[in-house]
Ligand binder design. Structure first.
Ligand code: ZN
Length: 487
């Protein structure tokens, strides 16, 4: 995703400290770790560090606004309450600025009218035995011709007391001066920074200039974030600089330099779908495909799966890569029950605003998430919000699919209303029904919908099977299968 900027990883120092995790780029002799000019250093992607607690997500369409907010839930309730307050606060601020004030006009909007997007994701770090750090990355896409904006919010917590720790409490005298000196040296000696740093950087990056007051501690060192347009051109986005603890020795309170144990990731063997001998599809009989977006959710998707299992039927799940990482067992169960699993992107961005590179990066990250969870990559993609313009179509390597019946479950949050949509739709043969796997009300509706469809003579099939049996087509990467395929 867009916000994943480059963290500068000082390989020489990392080698000297025995820290692993910055896998590529040039290495220099450990004998000269303090010489920062090491030739064309490769910025190295920061390791995704989501070590703390479980990932929670608020995905909410409140046209013209849409929210995709991810945050951690820890084992400490006091910390959780503060985190939730932070997330709700950012959401309220965004709504205050960009929501439509005319309530009547708002009622007429649909999911496709979501024009202003707020995204929040995070990294979390175990700093020491009793300290954690949560770094929120916010992206605002207000739409209406306004440029998108990135911001970073940093919080440290004491895991014993649940109290927030300010950065002022963490740093000692001399910290600001050391951080300033290091940063100026680094940015003026290394590519791609040295030729791009703005004019009066010595003033901007002075110890008392305010740029070093806020920082994030992780297991390797201190990370500073420089906002878009602050000291570099906006095209560089938010710039992160990691200063290893060894460079700031004695300048922090109660933070060690020990590296965390490296957790080896095991390759996941592919999950085999259960061979379901009773699921012989009769091409002559009516068929319909249920689809569930925005999951997996460890509670509501599981309940949907219970219903499918009970009636021995399948559906198609369009999962978010970031949630696949958080809840791999639910995705494994989707596959194990014979369901079809497709991508719904990594974090539900509006693809109509993405560059070619950002699309490719999203596909890559999502594929990796699925590979780690179930051993293979999806070939099917359902664009978030159904937004799939010609540019997206020409750069998306996966087969793109839409739906044909929108239950509006995200809006009504009412099983009765959802069932009414289905009942009033008329003939459902060959149709693809859109639902969301993240609401209790959608799970409840599924429990009614499945027996209703079976009683009315429909076979429940996957989206691929609709294409295969109704149109004689096999899914092809890069092809768009729009509404008229599912009528
Ligand atoms: Zn969605």
């Amino acid at each position: 995703m867009k916000r994943r900027k480059w963290t500068i990883c000082l390989l020489a120092l990392a080698v000297a400290l025995g820290i692993s995790g910055c896998g590529q780029g040039n290495t220099v002799s450990a004998a000269e770790p303090l010489i920062l000019q090491v030739g064309p250093m490769q910025p190295v992607k920061p390791q995704r560090a989501q070590l703390i607690g479980e990932k929670e997500a608020i995905i909410e369409y409140a046209a013209p606004l849409a929210f995709v907010l991810e945050y951690p839930r820890t084992s400490n309730e006091a910390i959780n309450n503060q985190i939730l307050e932070i997330v709700q606060g950012l959401k309220a601020q965004f709504a205050e600025k960009y929501d439509l004030k005319d309530e009547e006009a708002k009622k007429r909007l649909s999911q496709k009218d979501c024009k202003s997007f707020l995204y929040l994701d995070y990294d979390s770090y175990l700093v020491s035995d009793d300290k954690i750090c949560i770094v929120f990355h916010e992206t605002q896409e207000p739409g209406q011709g306004m440029a998108s904006m990135e911001r970073v919010y940093i919080y440290h917590f004491d895991t014993n007391t649940g109290q927030r720790i300010s950065e002022e409490e963490l740093r000692k005298d001399g910290f600001l001066e050391a951080a300033s000196a290091y940063t100026i040296k680094y940015f003026t000696e290394n590519e791609p920074y040295k030729d791009r740093i703005f004019g009066d950087y010595k003033t901007t990056l002075a110890p008392n200039g305010g740029r070093f007051d806020r920082f994030a501690l992780n297991s390797e060192g201190v990370v500073f974030y420089f906002n878009q347009y602050d000291i570099f051109p906006g095209s560089m986005g938010t710039v992160e600089l990691l200063i290893p603890y060894s460079e700031l020795a004695g300048l922090l309170n109660g933070v060690g330099v020990e590296a965390p144990p490296v957790i080896e990731e095991e390759a996941t063997p592919p999950v085999e779908p259960v061979e379901n001998s009773e699921r012989n599809i009769d091409p002559q009989k009516p068929m319909v495909a249920l689809t569930f977006d925005d999951g997996p959710n460890p509670v509501h998707t599981e309940r949907i799966l219970d219903a499918l299992e009970k009636y021995n039927v399948v559906a198609t799940f369009f999962d978010l890569g970031s949630l696949v990482e958080a809840y791999p067992d639910t995705v494994k169960r989707e596959i194990a029950l014979g369901c079809e699993v497709g991508s719904h992107s990594y974090s539900h961005k509006n693809f109509n605003t993405l560059s070619k590179e950002a699309i490719a990066e999203d596909v890559r990250m999502t594929a990796e998430a699925f590979r780690n969870a179930i051993g293979f990559e999806p070939i099917l993609f359902r664009p978030p919000y159904g937004n799939c313009n010609d540019f997206v179509k020409s750069h998306m390597p996966l087969a793109m699919v839409t739906w044909s019946v929108d239950t509006l479950d995200w809006k009504s949050k009412d099983p009765k209303a959802i069932m009414n949509v289905i009942r009033s739709e008329g003939n459902l043969d060959g149709k693809v029904i859109l639902m969301h796997g993240i609401y209790e009300t959608s799970a409840k509706a599924t429990e009614q919908m499945v027996p209703y469809l079976l009683e009315n003579g429909y076979q429940l099939v996957t989206v691929s099977e609709i294409l295969q049996y109704k149109h004689g087509m096999q899914l092809e990467g890069g092809t768009y299968y729009g509404y008229n395929y599912f009528q």
